[in-house]
Design a protein around this ligand. Structure first.
Ligand SMILES: C[S@@+](CC[C@H](N)C(=O)[O-])C[C@H]1O[C@@H](n2cnc3c(N)ncnc32)[C@H](O)[C@@H]1O
Length: 265
């Protein structure tokens, strides 16, 4: 994992070299439409309040819970006891990105969604609100954390999702075996290079031309940057968008020339 200074330098480089986020000079209809209708959509949707209220509750929850450690992905010290508020502060996507993920789902209306790394269910809630008629499978290894997320889903009456508890290495293959396609995936679990590539390869087997995969923390460490380069170079990948804290991937074969975009967000 890069230290704060390294990450700040990387962010500065991204910011200076990315296109301005207004869509000027972007020669991809998909990306232009994405910028205009998703990235720049400033409307405050009702669910933003519900999810952020839930985040506030978690941030004030000092309960200690026993948590199985599932490796890279948290900036917390490796200990089996963690406070809920520490998890909410360090392991969960920010409001800005959670709301962007909501807008992606709301705009493209994927029918089958997968999230690797439920944690406390903040981003899962955004995804669920994005398309209430979709089915969302969200995978989490730590049973105690998943139980808190489940309580939240029940309290918000989010009934279009299912939490699958267990190590991704076991749960993902069996989950995928029961699905035909994945229309949208958010990969936000184990931040190791080999695992990230492995999950991506499994997802590819269930992709269709309109599938959108979102990879989290693509600049978090040298391993994650290598995984992102691997994904960009994969022959099935036709378009990627680097927003620094997440990377968006399309495998649509209609985009005949592979293109990579870096957009300020
Ligand atoms: C960064 S958090 C997910 C945050 C969540 N997507 C959000 O933004 O609200 C990553 C989660 O993935 C889980 N995880 C990491 N590696 C895993 C593995 N190999 N199997 C199962 N769960 C894993 C961790 O327990 C942790 O709760």
């Amino acid at each position: 994992m890069y230290n704060h200074l390294q990450l700040s330098q990387k962010f500065l480089y991204y910011y200076l070299t990315a296109s301005n986020g207004k869509g000027h000079g972007v020669h991809s209809p998909f990306v232009f439409d994405f910028i205009k209708n998703v990235l720049l959509d400033k409307k405050v949707y009702d669910c933003y309040h519900s999810v952020e209220d839930y985040r506030k509750l978690l941030l004030s929850n000092k309960e200690l819970i026993e948590v199985e450690d599932f490796g890279a992905g948290s900036s917390l010290t490796p200990s089996n006891s963690r406070r809920v508020n520490d998890i909410a502060r360090s392991s969960v996507k920010s409001k800005k990105y959670g709301q962007l993920l909501f807008r992606i789902v709301q705009y493209y209306q994927p029918a089958v969604l997968l999230e690797l790394g439920t944690s406390l269910g903040i981003t899962s809630s955004y995804l669920s609100f994005g398309n209430p008629s979709a089915k969302l499978f969200t995978c989490e290894g730590a049973g105690s954390i998943a139980a808190i997320a489940q309580k939240n889903f029940d309290s918000m009456s989010l009934d279009n999702m299912e939490i699958i508890v267990g190590d991704f290495s076991k749960t993902l293959p069996s989950l995928l075996a029961n699905l035909k396609n994945i229309d949208f995936a958010f990969v936000d679990g184990n931040h190791r290079k080999s695992s990230t590539i492995n999950y991506f390869q499994q997802l590819l087997g269930y992709s269709k031309s309109t599938s959108i995969f979102v990879m989290d923390d693509i600049h978090w460490s040298s391993e994650m940057e290598e995984a992102w380069i691997y994904i960009q170079n994969h022959p099935s990948v036709t378009l990627t968008i680097d927003l620094f804290f997440i990377g968006i991937v399309s495998v649509n074969p209609d985009y005949k020339v592979k293109q990579h975009f870096k957009i300020r967000f």
